[in-house]
Design a protein around this ligand. Structure first.
Ligand code: SF4
Ligand code: SF4
Length: 335
């Protein structure tokens, strides 16, 4: 993988300085430089996805996506970014399977249907459609590593939402880890994931050979802390200054912000090269990096706060407790 020192620092450094992990950066940088002569093959499969993770990937600013896929990695296959189309593109996958290639990292975007392969097919062989699940099982067997990008690939996400009363979803959508019980799948959740999380994790894995993962297999470097503990609004929370309707200044907890239950570094890293964050922009955290997303139960910004009696008793802040009780008793906190 050919990252030079400047590129590596661009990816890892900005956030690392903000997050105070300069030791990690220096260590990673040394190893990245040692690996600088190599290029890594990547096969990227889009299954049941909206392509939002790929859109987020191409928003990478430093280095830009053109240099990532032309200089730093060898992107063998990607449904929307590959130069080749049709049979020529599918042949790349076919050959990787037939030749038992082991020289690539497999990246999956989107959930995998389990009820029928017909819900998501990629290309055809001898006139027969091939399901995303079939490609995944074949390619995943020999891949150097499997990385799930986005919450759909990690945990089922939106296609896996429990739409029906029995907790079912129409396609039986599952996250990639469901298919590989004996392998560690790196999960980079988010709806979408930040481009730094995707490229930074790939660099980290290729240079160190492993990633420090949390209990949900997310890289700790990006998902080690809650949104709440890094939030721009934390001083307001501590002072008891809460927004009671959208657009008001203050902590967004009463409007359903899930920052306390969600892990990611967006309040520090921010989107679009540092423009703003979910909480900083006043829209709150919807918990998109969590295993339960989008089924966030009785909480979340679409439902306001409907805490149980036990949860209310456990709320230490008197102002929050009063507001939650008001909501629970049918009142409104707006205005
Ligand atoms: S806006 Fe959300 S994440 Fe930020 S302090 Fe309030 S509850 Fe915590
Ligand atoms: S702050 Fe919340 S909504 Fe925004 S990316 Fe992180 S987990 Fe998702």
């Amino acid at each position: 993988m050919s990252f030079n020192r400047r590129d590596f620092l661009k990816i890892m450094g900005g956030s690392a300085v903000a997050l105070g992990v300069s030791g990690v950066v220096l260590e990673g940088c040394k190893k990245a430089l040692m690996e600088a002569a190599k290029r890594t093959n990547v096969i990227w499969i889009q299954a049941q996805s909206c392509s939002g993770c790929s859109v987020s990937l191409i928003n990478t600013i430093d280095p830009d996506i053109a240099s990532v896929i032309t200089q730093h990695i060898s992107l063998n296959y990607h449904q929307t970014l590959s130069g080749g189309t049709g049979d020529a593109a599918v042949q790349v996958l076919e050959e990787a399977v037939k030749k038992h290639r082991k020289d690539f990292v497999l990246i999956i975007e989107g959930s995998i249907p389990t009820k029928s392969d017909e819900y998501c097919t990629i290309g055809e062989i001898d006139g027969k459609y091939v399901g995303a699940r079939e490609w995944l099982l074949e390619l995943g067997r020999n891949a150097k590593a499997i990385i799930s990008v986005g919450t759909c690939a990690a945990y089922g996400g939106i296609p896996g939402a429990k739409l029906r009363e029995n907790g079912d979803n129409p396609t039986g959508a599952k996250g990639v880890q469901h298919f590989f019980r004996d392998k560690t799948i790196v999960n980079i959740p988010g709806c979408p994931p930040h481009p730094d999380w995707m490229i930074g994790s790939l660099v980290e894995f290729l240079t160190k050979g492993k990633l420090d993962l949390d209990e949900y297999n997310r890289p700790r470097m990006y998902f080690g802390k809650t949104v709440h503990e890094q939030c721009e609004q934390l001083p307001d929370y501590r002072r008891g200054r809460f927004a009671k309707k959208w657009g008001e200044p203050g902590c967004l907890y009463l409007l359903g912000c899930l920052g306390m239950d969600s892990n990611c570094d967006i309040p520090k890293r921010k989107w679009l090269g540092g423009v703003n964050s979910c909480t900083g922009s006043g829209s709150g955290c919807i918990g998109c990096t969590e295993t339960v997303f989008p089924d966030t139960g009785s909480r979340g910004i679409y439902k306001h706060l409907k805490a149980s009696a036990d949860e209310i008793r456990n709320i230490e802040n008197a102002e929050i407790r009063t507001a939650v009780l008001t909501l629970k008793n049918g009142g409104t906190i707006n205005g």
